[in-house]
Design a protein around this ligand. Sequence first.
Ligand code: NAI
Length: 412
Amino acid sequence: MQLSLDKRAVPIVLTEGISTTAADAFTQAGYDNITQLTHAPDEQELRELLATARILGIRSRTKLTAEMLAAAPRLIAVGCFCIGTNQVDLDAAHIKGIPVFNAPFSNTRSVAELTISAIIALVRGIPEKNAALHRGNWQKTAKGAHEVRGKALGIVGYGNIGTQVSILADALGMKVYFYDIATKLAHGNATRVATLNELYALADVITYHVPETPETTGMVDAAALEQMKPGVKLINYARGSLFDIDALSAALASGQVGGAAIDVFPTEPEQNGPHFTSPLCAFDTTLLTPHIGGSTQEAQANIGLEVADKLITYSDNGSTVGAVNFPEVSLPVHHGAHRILNIHQNVPGMLRQINAVFADAGVNVLGQFLQTQRDVGYVVIDVEGSADRTTIQDFRDTLQALDGSLRTRILH
Ligand code: NAI
């Protein structure tokens, strides 16, 4: 496949009501053939769009299967304007030489803010007062209601979200302790603890910000709950698999857990509607939300910008930093040089063949960057800008004709 097109004409398709910050970023970067859909295209419409699209932006509802990718002859990159990338057949995209980008951290602040609100609500006993009042039951009392200042917060998982929560909780005057399997620098006055049990013995409120892994699955079970302070408040805004819901229910019933804010569940409905059930619904002391920890207008706007930036950088410069299925290459700007991008099968002898093309033509290579990942190799070659465009187009054709070449693109 040979790819070269005036940037303004590059067909970009943004589906599912992706924030306008994305289209604005493309426009500012000089692209003006942008199709914006507010819906998720069905199979037939997606197939039609993919016949010409060079860049496709989707959210979680558009399924990009191997079959769909096979029907996308000109597609150079996919942007998932969300956190997850399960909706794309990443292996099929990898084999076809199509990098897929996402926005893993654009909603960090949104989750951190909601966590802080949950800490305050739980420590004041707001969920149960709110539930009682919905039933007409007036409960004006200070009993069991506390300030968070001076209380001990335990953070499990001190990554992007955990550290933000730490900084905000520290500013509220909480004593912050954290546990992470990796060595992490403590922010502000936070204290690192060596074991989970140490954290459980100290914390009045515990909030979880770890990924789903074999170690974290079921980490909050009956045995863990027993290690915590009686009346502890728990927050899970990470992944539903972390908590044993039956064990949590038993601990809520006995009072071992004094309240819980839960945003993620072992199984979650695929569509909005009145069909959610959980044993946790039985407790007034639970603050339940439908996996909206990261769902804010600001996060959507940030996601639009973050993913559009990655796609523009790849299209303009060839850098693949942040791709989830592709060799990561971070490239300098190529002023005064032609840049040739070649994606090929990762088989022995490819680079030798590619270099021979330039050596045989006596063209001076200014820089070369190579990265391989599983089945795919990605080489970027900068050659002197004085080389005329026809010669460069010839290189492209020759490189593309090599056995094992998947895609070749030129950036003048
Ligand atoms: P991150 O990757 O930046 O941080 C995770 C931290 O957990 C890392 O520091 C890692 O070393 C640590 N960790 C991993 N295994 C551990 C273990 N067994 N014990 C202790 N620490 C462990 O991730 P980020 O961005 O902070 O996200 C955290 C969680 O929040 C993820 O599960 C993510 O899926 C979830 N999330 C939920 C959202 C929602 O809508 N409720 C939105 C965004 C993220």
